[in-house]
Design a protein around this ligand. Structure first.
Ligand SMILES: NC(=O)c1ccc[n+]([C@@H]2O[C@H](COP(=O)([O-])OP(=O)(O)OC[C@H]3O[C@@H](n4cnc5c(N)ncnc54)[C@H](O)[C@@H]3O)[C@@H](O)[C@H]2O)c1
Length: 354
């Protein structure tokens, strides 16, 4: 528990802020939603109506100049993440930046160096780490599993995702005045899917099974469907396999299997908007018993902001840090390079972005 709440400002009041961060900050213990910022007047006005106690800013630098703001959530398009996060660090704020940390290895490494140099907290929005059942699985792996033999993880986004989630989120508010990156980064679907969805897949795999050293990836594109099969070589020596399919002609399907020396872990992950913990089953060969957590609080977006506030107060917790952000963009870039070269790519050797 902190003595005073961490006062948070959000830059970017688009879909993820409207659906997750505003509500998460309002609910979070030890956090106060102090300021909101967007260049789009309609988005700012809408957030202001819903959160009248937060100070509204049209200009980011004005929000950064507000001494009562301790920390900033960067919830803008991926291409703006690094520049906005760097400015916040420069203004003495702690930073929570949405995933992915950035769009290229070099800019993410540069941001990591800045965070290390100034000593402020920088976390990246991989909220699945705050799913209590995935945390249970992670603890079980560390405690019980022994050597990891193999890891499989998959993320298949459903054709029907928005039909399923629209009713769980505030009605979309698309602003013509929203600040967007040049061109249309989403038009390059393979890159967009890797950054948007592949980043979650890679983070969950790393969180549960450790560092990915090298990848060999194949990709099939058929109409609007993109499918990646990725062999991974894990630093632990384990075999690994990642699958990313977007969109799947079927239900949303995300999950993982970890096989270990003394047991195994299986997880089925739900769309985060249901606030439903994953189904995770952990089997221990030591006592021949399956363990399956149930009933834990699974508001992952709120829990990750509480984790961020905890990190600012000195409890690092499980939140993804700058090293995780860099490792993530490296792995995604390696997957893209491997598709191009049709061979193994060392994660440590890549440059540029996916
Ligand atoms: N963790 C998750 O589950 C999850 C889900 C969806 C999106 N995301 C991530 O969230 C981020 C935002 O996605 P989105 O769909 O909400 O984007 P969006 O385009 O809907 O909203 C971004 C907003 O940022 C504002 N903005 C940009 N630069 C600004 C600046 N300098 N000053 C003030 N306002 C500025 C824009 O005007 C826009 O309204 C992306 O990085 C995305 O990958 C994460």
């Amino acid at each position: 528990m902190t003595l005073a709440p961490i006062r948070v400002g959000i830059v970017g009041l688009g879909q993820i802020a409207r659906a997750a961060h505003l509500d998460a900050c309002a609910r979070a213990a030890d956090v106060e939603l102090a300021a909101i910022c967007d260049r789009a007047p309609d988005l700012l006005a809408d957030a202001r109506r819903r959160y009248p106690d937060a100070v509204p800013y049209a200009e980011y630098d004005a929000m950064l100049g507000d001494p009562s703001v301790d920390a900033v959530i960067v919830a803008t398009a991926d291409q703006f993440h690094v520049a906005l996060a760097a400015r916040a660090l420069g203004a003495g704020k702690h930073v929570f930046v949405e995933k992915p940390m950035g769009v290229a290895v070099e800019e993410c490494e540069e941001l990591r160096s800045r965070a290390v140099a100034c000593g402020q907290v920088l976390q990246v929005g991989f909220m699945k780490r705050f799913d209590p059942a995935i945390q249970f699985g992670s603890d079980f792996i560390v405690r019980e599993l022994g050597t990891i033999l193999a890891m499989r993880a998959w993320y298949c986004d459903s054709t029907f995702r928005y039909t399923m989630t629209d009713n769980l989120q505030p009605p979309p508010l698309v602003s013509a005045a929203a600040l967007r990156p040049d061109g249309d980064p989403k038009a390059k679907r393979s890159t967009y899917y890797l950054l948007a969805h592949g980043s979650h897949l890679v983070d969950t795999a790393r969180y549960l099974a450790g560092e990915i050293e090298a990848v060999r990836a194949r990709r099939l594109v058929h109409g609007d469907a993109h499918c990646w099969f990725v062999e991974t070589r894990m630093a632990s020596g384990a075999l690994g396999h990642l699958e990313l399919t977007v969109p799947l002609r079927g239900d949303f399907e995300e999950g993982f299997r970890i096989y270990g020396e003394h047991g195994s872990v299986f997880g089925r992950v739900y769309l985060p908007w249901f606030h439903r913990a994953s189904e995770v089953e952990c089997f221990s060969a030591r006592d021949g018993v399956y363990r399956r957590p149930l009933g834990a609080d699974a508001h992952t977006y709120r829990r990750q902001i509480e984790g961020f506030a905890g990190a600012i107060c000195g409890s690092p917790g499980v939140g993804a840090d700058a090293d995780d952000g860099v490792a993530n963009i490296r792995a995604l870039t390696a997957i893209a390079r491997s598709v191009e070269s049709d061979g193994w790519v060392e994660v440590s050797a890549v440059t540029g972005g996916p």
